[in-house]
Write a protein that binds this ligand. Structure first.
Ligand code: MRU
Length: 364
């Protein structure tokens, strides 16, 4: 996507062929800063502190983290250590494990002197593949948008968190169909949940929709149910950090409440996802997906820009009030109207997913 006319991906290789460059998402929307990742520890820190975030981008950053590790030391011990350290950076998005498993399986059988080049090549392939996957999710989601019968003169989507190009390498998952609809001249408007506590909706989704010229309105997280009751939402679409074999969808905290409200109001609830986000090893998302607990400070404090242009963080809570910060929740498959993947659209069920990915059948 373009930022002020210049095309960007969210992660790319620097001119020296070793350093990895990323957009620092902790500073958006107020500052656009590109960060250099020079070591595996830099990549781990970027994922943990959410300089890069969003399931597909976390996977891509982990792949480049393995490459950075191999550039410094391509021994078996360094490979094993990079795998363990990067895997622990964030627990919920399964794309992280998928990318690390992929890199380890590729690198382990190779002699040490061939690992660096192979790791960089594979990390670049993962990025290119993600772009193509997301483009296809966009096409498949556009088919759904074409079939909607909007109640007004524009189509109103609602999205939670950020599953746009910033969360992937390009295009996004949930936002890819919206970009394609907008590019095709369909009048589409997006209700953007602010997504407390880290405000990925208010800070990131609003920023990237604005840069692309997509009409949007930021709403407080609690407004979505009211808008649905009053016919102002034609469909909800979100991304996911991990979707189980039976179609349970884990995504940013608050997604479940939107799915409940959508179900109660007969509003379609779609989820965009690439294949590395499907965890075929588990079925029951509520019981089996590890939910990241982040710092209470993300709830007790909030960052923003003053009128003078200074970035500041202020306290919201009374002194001494404890806060809790579960970062994700699970929407059971029964509340999901359909999953939108690079291979097509399917019901959120094991049979639905296997109709698109027959190679994952237990008999296959
Ligand atoms: O904590 P984050 O910002 O990494 O959470 C991101 C989300 O919840 C996204 O919806 C999800 O990763 C899908 S991104 C295409």
């Amino acid at each position: 996507m373009k930022v002020d006319g210049k095309p960007y991906r969210t992660i790319w290789l620097g001119a020296d062929g070793t350093t990895v460059q990323v957009i620092d998402q902790t500073l958006l929307p107020h500052q656009f800063v590109v960060r250099d990742l020079e070591t595996m520890a830099d990549a781990e820190r970027a994922i943990r502190t959410m300089i890069v975030r969003g399931a597909p981008l976390i996977g891509a950053a982990a792949a480049y983290g393995m490459a950075l590790a191999m550039a410094a030391d391509a021994s078996d011990e360094a490979l094993a250590r990079a795998y363990t350290v990067l895997l622990e950076s964030r627990p919920t998005a399964v794309n992280l494990r998928w990318a690390l498993d992929d890199l380890r399986a590729l690198l382990a059988p190779l002699p040490a002197n061939r690992r660096r080049e192979a790791a960089y090549r594979r990390a670049a392939e993962i990025c290119d593949e993600d772009v193509e996957i997301c483009r296809r999710i966009g096409e498949n989601g556009l088919g759904l948008i074409h079939r909607l019968k909007p109640r007004g003169d524009r189509i109103n989507a609602l999205t939670h968190c950020n599953a746009g190009w910033l969360a992937t390498v390009d295009w996004g998952t949930a936002l890819a169909p919206i970009y394609q609809a907008h590019n095709a001249g369909i009048p589409i408007h997006v209700w953007v949940d602010e997504t407390r506590p880290r405000n990925q909706g208010a800070s990131l989704t609003a920023w990237e929709l604005g840069k692309h010229g997509v009409p949007h309105t930021v709403i407080a997280d609690n407004a979505g149910g009211h808008l649905m009751q009053h016919g102002q939402v034609d469909f909800v679409i979100t991304g996911t950090d991990r979707t189980t074999r039976q179609g349970d969808v884990c995504n940013k905290i608050g997604t479940y409440l939107k799915a409940l409200a959508a179900h109660d109001n007969g509003v379609p609830f779609y989820v965009g996802l690439p294949y590395p986000t499907i965890d075929w090893t588990i079925e029951d998302g509520v019981r089996e997906i590890p939910i990241e607990e982040r710092s209470a400070r993300e709830v007790s404090h909030i960052a923003g820009r003053t009128a003078a242009g200074e970035m500041v963080t202020v306290q919201l809570l009374p002194d001494g009030s404890p806060a809790a910060n579960p970062a994700f929740d699970v929407t059971p498959a029964r509340l999901v109207t359909a999953l939108v993947t690079e291979r097509g659209v399917c019901p959120a069920s094991e049979a639905g997913l296997l109709s698109l990915y027959p190679e994952q059948s237990r008999a296959a």
